[in-house]
Design a protein around this ligand. Structure first.
Ligand code: GLU
Length: 483
């Protein structure tokens, strides 16, 4: 980026631990890490857990382990520590309270004694009048004496920011360009709740400042909050960071990505056997593009290529089929032993005996091209397990019943019984010999054999299938087709 000092690039991923990591959160985390790496800066992980009503047991641990699974590493955070810690907001409450006090003292914020019931009633009234509900600012008008009286009576209060009543503010978003917001659409936002905990807005701005964050890269849903944040920077007299709001993630029908139309938790994809490399590659392209038609990127490549200039404004469709395609690419590129390791549990669950490592490995290798998810392997295991083969479809049934096929089968049974070495290569040589002996060749030779052994018209190498089935099972399947 022109004119930008790269030494002080500091970004943060600031999730609220709500129980799982959303795929949109994964993208935000990824783009932050990529931006930091690209510019030799630091990526900070900060846990925003000030909303105690949304606290979920184990959510932080889950978040950390999911990020680690995805291969995203942060330079500072709750686990690794760092000079700007603690990195968990619930451990920083005093700091936020002190800043709220400062704004009160400077007349930039005020105490609001309105009870939740009063606020709800006012909200209802406004909705009935078809107005956007905003706080009516009645406590902003309280006199010193009224405030003292309420405080002496021990009434609970929140602290609200005093948004100017007229005027506007402007800021520049690195993705969306110049943005102007009129003050009259900004509510007097609560900064400190009556339980003494800060709201997201106060904690977020105080931390971004104290953690010296240079760039705030986050989802577009936070764009409307940014005006409030800019105002807070102004109130405190701090230089704001630069903002980059990432485009929305969309369902296929271009509505906002939702649980109803598919999985949104990274954990769901992890459990289904998606590889982290595939998910990262896929998510990287949801909003960013390399400027050409390349699609396959490792994390290391993304760290070199990524730039905010190539992040678009348009919503990005979350196309699970595309994700599956990526997964297939990455699965097929794995070394055989890794693939065996990944597919093993699915095979065992399907009742397949994996105790013979060489056989398991051959089965997996022969099916590699048919996998987009490791669980797909279970659909093909029937090829290698005993049991009758049912050939369906009239054309296929006629093909195996025809004279040339019957000739092939007869010769196959004769030669197979005597074949010395029951291995893929020698079985293929035997099929060549059958061609010579019977004069049947090409599709007429191979298709009936394939149908007899697998009931399918396509599939893995025929010699390999016969080898894995074993001599007895192979002969019995061929025999079953003799008329
Ligand atoms: N805690 C907010 C969230 O859960 C962070 C938003 C931001 O990055 O400012 O997404």
């Amino acid at each position: 980026m022109a004119g930008m000092s790269t030494e002080n690039i500091r970004v943060r991923f600031a999730p609220s631990p709500t129980g799982f990591l959303h795929v949109g959160g994964l993208r935000t985390a990824l783009y932050n890490v990529l931006f930091a790496r690209k510019h030799g800066g630091s990526a900070v992980l900060r846990i925003e857990d000030t909303d105690r009503s949304r606290y979920v047991e184990g959510a932080v641990e889950n978040l950390l382990s999911t990020l680690e699974w995805a291969g995203l590493r942060f330079d500072e955070g709750p686990e690794q520590g760092g000079a700007s810690g603690p990195y968990v907001q619930s451990e920083r409450s005093d700091l936020y309270r002190a800043h709220a006090e400062q704004l009160l003292a400077e007349g930039k914020a005020y105490r609001c004694f309105c009870s939740p019931d009063e606020l709800a009633a006012s909200r209802e009234r406004q909705l009935a009048e078809k107005k956007d509900p905003t706080y009516d600012r009645r406590c902003r008008m309280l006199s010193e004496a009224e405030i003292s009286e309420k405080r002496d009576a021990g009434l609970p209060f929140t602290v609200r920011m005093k948004v100017p009543l007229a005027g506007q503010l402007q800021f520049r978003d690195l993705v969306r360009g110049d943005i102007t917001v009129h003050y009259d659409v900004i509510d007097d936002q609560v900064l400190l709740k009556s339980d003494g905990y800060p709201t997201y807005h106060l904690a977020n701005v105080v931390d971004d400042h104290h953690m010296q964050i240079s760039h705030v890269i986050r989802g577009e849903e936070w764009l409307p909050s940014t005006a409030k944040h800019m105002l807070l920077y102004e109130f405190f007299g701090w230089a704001p960071p630069q903002f980059a709001h990432l485009p929305l993630l969309l369902n296929q029908d271009r509505s906002k990505l939702s649980k109803r139309q598919g999985d949104v938790a990274v954990e769901d994809y992890r459990e289904k056997g998606y590889l982290p490399e595939a998910l990262i590659n896929f998510v990287a392209l949801l909003g960013w593009n390399p400027g050409d038609d390349r699609e396959m990127f490792t994390l290391a490549e993304l760290e070199k290529e990524f730039s905010l200039e190539r992040v678009g404004k348009a919503g990005a469709v979350f196309d699970v089929e595309k994700l599956k395609w990526f997964n297939g690419q990455y699965l097929r590129a794995l070394p055989a032993e890794d693939l065996v390791e990944i597919c093993g549990p699915w095979m065992r669950e399907a009742g397949f005996d994996t105790t013979d490592p060489a056989r398991t490995r051959s089965v997996v290798s022969s099916l590699t091209n048919y996998l987009t998810l490791p669980s797909d392997i279970t659909e093909h295991l029937g090829l290698f397990t005993g049991g009758p083969v049912h050939i369906t479809g009239e054309e296929a049934q006629n093909l195996v019943a025809d004279a040339p096929a019957q000739q092939v089968f007869t010769r196959f049974v004769e030669l197979a019984a005597e074949l010395e070495d029951w291995r893929g290569e020698s079985i293929k040589a035997m099929i060549k010999a059958i061609q010579k002996d019977t004069g049947v060749k090409g599709k007429q030779l191979f298709m009936p054999l394939r149908l007899a052994l697998t009931a399918e018209e396509h599939g893995p190498d025929l010699g390999m299938i016969a080898e894995l089935l074993g001599r007895d099972e192979t002969i019995s399947r061929i025999r079953a087709q003799l008329r």
